[in-house]
Design a protein around this ligand. Structure first.
Ligand SMILES: Nc1ncnc2c1ncn2[C@@H]1O[C@H](COP(=O)(O)OP(=O)(O)OP(=O)(O)O)[C@@H](O)[C@H]1O
Length: 296
């Protein structure tokens, strides 16, 4: 998925302004941002439901707007899924089968094993979480190449969340599906996403490739000899101590940080992975209240 300089105006108000987004094939990309940041609007463009005011939106190498061939390869679980009011899961599956060439009945049965839902009951009688699960079931049965998930775990209990993530990640592993998932919850995305973008007030603050060592931030735990002090020459973003063990978050690359610390002859030194929360808090300055609200 590739978005360049996307602008969207609603009634002369810009919901998105100059947004760039790059989601490589087979990636699981987390899109985070506060309420009203523009996440759903961006996703609406990627499904082809919204027409850009300016800029370009491409999926699988082609513009999405008015492009049925590309749209047929996109599966979407919106934050509030739509079903025909009288239909059951079985009825919706029949509708999907009739309308979408790639709806796979065998897959519908296989994926269905992960759901504890009555396929004959009208969907309007389902709870919010059950409707969300039904949307997952039907969408995954479309065998999409691109999966768009707008706050997908909202309203799902922890066990079901785990099962849904398993389904999505299995799909990525087996079919190299490309996934874009929006969420308010960084902890939920931790360990799942390999790319990440922060959207705020209609602009993309920054995109991260989490598969690479965190550009420029290192977390290191170190125990120095009795009475020794931290050497000079470290740009420390955060420092915490538990007994003699110090946990440092330091700007710079791993090699340089370890080299400087080694001059103090540490008794113990280990670099540990940064959590997403730490990465965002320290890389984006740490003093930004809105971002703190977003990640904590
Ligand atoms: N159809 C619309 N008409 C007018 N304004 C809209 C419309 N859809 C969205 N907006 C505005 O665009 C901005 C972005 O909204 P959007 O729903 O994309 O945000 P979001 O990041 O998904 O928020 P949330 O996390 O609360 O779901 C908001 O200011 C919203 O009021």
């Amino acid at each position: 998925m590739e978005v360049r300089k996307l602008r969207k105006e609603f009634d002369d108000v810009a919901a998105l302004d100059c947004v760039n987004l790059t989601v490589p094939e087979g990636a699981v990309y987390g899109l985070v941002g506060p309420n009203g940041a523009g996440k759903s609007t961006l996703m609406g463009h990627l499904t082809g439901a919204l027409r850009p005011t300016g800029g370009t939106v491409s999926v699988l190498g082609e513009p999405v707007w008015e492009n049925p061939a590309v749209k047929a390869r996109i599966g979407s679980v919106p934050s509030d899924p739509f079903f025909f009011s009288t239909e059951s899961i079985r009825g919706m599956a029949q509708f999907y089968y009739d309308v979408f060439a790639d709806f796979d009945l065998a897959r519908f049965e296989t994926v269905g094993k992960s759901f504890d839902l009555d396929r004959n009951r009208p969907l309007r009688k389902f709870s919010k979480g059950m409707r969300k699960q039904a949307a997952f079931w039907l969408t995954l049965s479309l065998t999409p190449d691109v999966l768009l998930l707008d706050e997908p775990m909202d309203g799902l209990d922890p066990l079901v969340r785990k099962r849904m993530w398993r389904l999505v990640l299995d799909d990525v592993a087996e079919r190299n599906t490309t996934v874009l998932v929006s969420s308010h919850n960084l902890r939920e995305l931790e360990g799942i996403c390999d790319h990440m973008g922060i959207l705020r007030q209609g602009t993309m603050l920054r995109e991260y490739d989490l598969t690479r060592a965190s550009d420029g931030l290192v977390k290191v735990q170190v125990v120095l000899p009795e009475g020794a002090e931290l050497p000079r020459g470290l740009w420390i973003a955060n420092q915490a101590a538990s007994g003699r063990m110090q946990t440092l978050i330091v700007h710079g690359d791993v090699g340089h940080v370890r080299e400087v610390l080694s001059t103090a002859h540490p008794v113990y030194m280990e670099t540990v992975p940064l959590s997403l929360e730490e990465l965002f808090l320290y890389e984006l300055g740490g003093a930004d209240d809105e971002l703190k609200d977003l990640v904590l």
